[in-house]
Design a binder for this molecule. Structure first.
Ligand SMILES: [Zn+2]
Length: 174
C-alpha cells in the first residue's frame, strides 16, 4: 500500500513539469518562433486540389488579386494570418495596418517565415515575397510604410487565411 502511494507521488511529480507548458500564453505558443520552417519542395501543381482556383493563380502563378476584393481588408480582430496553402503563420494582427491601397498590409512578417526575391514584371524592380515553407507567392514589399520600419508588406488576401486568437491554428499542411 505504502509502495503504491509512493509510486503515485512519483507519477504526480513526473507530470508536474508539464503544467507550465500548458499555461503558456496564446501568443507564445502560436506565433512564429515555435515553428522551425523546413521548405516543402512540393510541386506547385500538387496544391491545385487543396486551394481555390483564385488562390492558386496568386500563390503559384504570381497573379495579383483585384484591388479591394479581399474581406481581409476589413479584418481588425486579434489573430494570425496563415498561408492559404500550407497554413504556416506569416503575419500577426498586431502588425496589420490600413495602407489605403485596397490590399491587406503589414509592417513586418513573422521572422523567417517569408522569403523574398527581386521581380522585374513591371520593368522597375520590386521585391516579391513568398511563404518560406511552400513557396506560395504572397505579395510585394515596398519601402513607403509607417515608421519606424517604413516597410509595407502588401499582401494578396486570397493567399492568406485569418485565424482569430480564440480559435486553434490548423495543423500545417504538407
Ligand atoms: Zn505556405
Amino acid at each position: 500500500m505504502k509502495r503504491r502511494t509512493l509510486l503515485q507521488s512519483l507519477a504526480i511529480l513526473a507530470a508536474l513539469p508539464l503544467v507550465p507548458a500548458c499555461s503558456r500564453d496564446w501568443a507564445a505558443v502560436n506565433t512564429s518562433n515555435a515553428i522551425t520552417v523546413t521548405p516543402l519542395n512540393k510541386p506547385h501543381e500538387a496544391w491545385r486540389a487543396v486551394v481555390s482556383a483564385e488562390a492558386y493563380k496568386v500563390l503559384f502563378e504570381e497573379d495579383t488579386e483585384r484591388q479591394n476584393s479581399s474581406e481581409l481588408n476589413h479584418e481588425h480582430r486579434d489573430g494570425l494570418y496563415i498561408c492559404a496553402a500550407c497554413y504556416l503563420p506569416l503575419f500577426e494582427s498586431a502588425h496589420k495596418f490600413d495602407s489605403g491601397t485596397g490590399w491587406p498590409s503589414f509592417t513586418q512578417p513573422i521572422a523567417e517565415h517569408v522569403g523574398t526575391k527581386r521581380d522585374f514584371k513591371l520593368i522597375l524592380p520590386r521585391t516579391e515575397y513568398h511563404c518560406a515553407r511552400c513557396g506560395g507567392h504572397q505579395g510585394h514589399l515596398f519601402n513607403d510604410g509607417p515608421l519606424p520600419r517604413k516597410e509595407r508588406w502588401c499582401n494578396n488576401g486570397v493567399a492568406l487565411r485569418f485565424i482569430p486568437k480564440d480559435e486553434p491554428l490548423p495543423a500545417l499542411r504538407s
